[in-house]
Design a protein. Structure first.
Lengths: 113, 112
């Protein structure tokens, strides 16, 4: 079974631009969560989607948004990029009935110049 | 979700058991203990979870004290590939969200 796939793996953007990151969960998983990891703040929860609906959101500004499609694939978007948005963005999927066990992708490393 | 406390770093000799402690003195009755690890530049990886009984799988063993205020993750024969940051997370099993709250974790360095 294929794991969680995140694309692209690396991305370089400049301040003010916007970016879209993609996540394909493990087949059959309907829940997708996004996390941001920085050296200063560690791993922080961004948001979670289940059956195309956002059901939980972390403490991030409105520039961070996401969505989930009917095939459970998810995208997250960051508008008006700031230098502080440079981070590793991780996606995790979770199967129903496995009690919050998250399966993480390798992440997308975003650098904002 | 209950707060956890872990040592910042630990060393272990290759081939020896690695014992990683976690304090969770405010754990609630419905909260489980989950362990994840993150090898450098990779996504976190689930290891094991438990409620009150000791648990073992192919990766590790989890020992939870009788009062459930602390636990220990045991890697029985550590290898260099076990060098990683280990996170102890306490949260309810199931529920309306899969959100995980990560602390700072323990950096385990396995020495040759």
């Amino acid at each position: 079974k294929a794991g969680v796939t995140q694309t692209p793996r690396y991305l370089i953007k400049t301040r003010g631009q916007q970016v879209t990151l993609s996540c394909s969960p493990i087949s059959g998983h309907r829940s997708v969560s996004w996390y941001q990891q920085t050296p200063g703040q560690g791993l922080q929860f961004l948001f979670e989607y289940f059956s195309e609906t956002q059901r939980n959101k972390g403490n991030f500004p409105g520039r961070f948004s996401g969505r989930q499609f009917s095939n459970s694939r998810s995208e997250m978007n960051v508008s008006t990029l700031e230098l502080g948005d440079s981070a590793l963005y991780l996606c995790a999927s979770n199967p129903a009935g496995e009690g919050n066990i998250q399966y993480f992708g390798a992440g997308t490393r975003l650098s904002v110049l | 979700d209950a707060k956890t406390t872990q040592p910042t770093s630990m060393d272990c000799a290759e081939g020896r058991a690695a014992n990683l402690p976690c304090n969770h003195s405010t754990i609630s009755g419905n909260e489980y203990v989950y362990w994840y690890r993150q090898i450098h530049s990779q996504g976190p990886q689930y290891i094991i979870h438990g409620l009150k009984n000791n648990e073992t799988n192919e990766m590790a063993s989890l020992i939870i004290t009788e009062d459930r205020k602390s636990s220990t993750l045991i890697l029985p024969h550590a290898t260099l590939r076990d060098t990683a940051v280990y996170y102890c997370i306490v949260r309810p099993y199931g529920g309306a969200t899969n959100k995980l709250i990560f602390g700072t974790g323990t950096l385990l360095a396995v020495q040759p």
